[in-house]
Design a protein around this ligand. Structure first.
Ligand code: SF4
Length: 345
């Protein structure tokens, strides 16, 4: 933990620029009263608004499944994965039906154009660990995804122990023409929690990955879960405060829900795990966001469970209801993203 603290201090000093950083985004200047003003009205900096500001039109993510796997499932780091991971690796399972990335993109575009009148798209490699393949295979995958003109960006979801300098250099090459984000699953800043949920990587792996990614100017989004086994609200807020010291640009957050045929399902049925109530989640989440820097792009505030794999809690299926409760709580408490962020000082 000592080693980890030293690296945190270093990272804080080294905050640098990138597509999501405060230095580049004029309305999000550190000195700006405007920042507070805007967040007091909108409560948090949403991903949709960020993309609209950047591209001036409706931009949506298309989730892609490249048919890869994860070292935490195939025996390299562990068997079976994190305790909550469903058999599709938290992804769409599209690869089973459609191998071609181009076809998955076309299908996604058609749907998003019809449903949301989307004009441009971000290719999002979501399922499993999307840097866990030989370099030539990764290059071909990313190139294929970015070959369409209206695909303006790439988001790569992966684990912090699944990147190396060569992979990061490869991803950085695409930055000249497209918006590039890497999304790292971390879930908690507590080493004991990472062990309990069987993540198979350490906090130091994560710090190394963030540092190397930012050296190359790539924006970093971190995935966090609230309500992990053994964690109380104070533990989640500790994660928020430690993350807020790092040079990261975005956050995806959701409550832990139980999927079928996972170790978590067994714990749940045996009464060893109790999911958060919706009220608890909304309270913890709002307090978490208040500790985050105001310029972080908040890419997700609720989970997107696959109803076929889902067990509990039922409220997790009502995304819109939860989002409304989050806005209501912020309004009632006069809260907003960054209100308790230590960087204001
Ligand atoms: S890192 Fe992701 S894909 Fe791998 S086991 Fe954990 S949740 Fe599943």
């Amino acid at each position: 933990m000592l080693k980890c603290t030293k690296r945190l201090k270093w990272s804080r000093k080294k905050r640098s620029t990138g597509p999501g950083s405060r230095e580049k985004k004029a309305p999000f200047s550190l000195t700006g009263i405007l920042v507070k003003d805007m967040l007091e009205k909108q409560y948090y900096r949403s991903y949709n608004a960020y993309l609209r500001d950047l591209f001036g039109c409706r931009v949506h993510k298309i989730t892609l499944d490249a048919g890869l796997t994860c070292p935490n499932r195939n025996g390299v780091k562990g068997w079976g994965g994190c305790i909550y991971c469903d058999r599709f690796g938290s992804g769409s399972n599209r690869y089973k039906e459609i191998h071609s990335i181009r076809q998955q993109l076309l299908d996604g575009k058609q749907y998003l154009q019809r449903r949301f009148k989307a004009e441009k798209f971000i290719a999002y490699f979501q399922s499993f660990s999307n840097t866990y393949a030989p370099l030539p295979q990764l290059r071909a995958l990313y190139r294929e995804a970015l070959s369409e003109e209206d695909v303006v960006g790439l988001a790569v979801g992966t684990r912090p122990d699944c990147v190396n300098p060569e992979i990061l250099d490869l991803i950085a090459e695409f930055q000249e023409k497209k918006l590039i984000w890497i999304e790292y699953g971390l879930q908690s800043f507590l080493p004991r929690t990472l062990e309990l949920i069987r993540r198979g990587h350490t906090i130091d792996d994560f710090l190394w990955a963030v540092e190397e990614t930012r050296k190359r100017g790539i924006s970093v989004c971190v995935h966090v879960i609230l309500g992990l086994p053994g964690e109380e609200k104070q533990d989640c807020l500790y994660t928020a405060e430690r993350l807020a010291e790092l040079d990261i640009q975005g956050l995806k957050i959701h409550s832990l829900y139980v999927n079928r045929e996972t170790p978590l399902e067994a714990w749940y049925r045996e009464g060893k795990y109790r999911p958060l109530s919706r009220e608890e989640y909304v309270e913890w989440l709002c307090e978490f966001l208040e500790r985050c820097p105001p310029d972080w792009v908040i890419q997700r505030l609720t989970g997107d469970p696959n109803p076929k794999e889902f067990v509990a809690p039922l409220w997790a299926l009502d995304k819109q209801g939860t989002l409304k409760m989050i806005r209501d709580r912020f309004r009632q408490t006069k809260g907003f993203q960054g209100r308790r962020w230590k960087g204001w000082a």
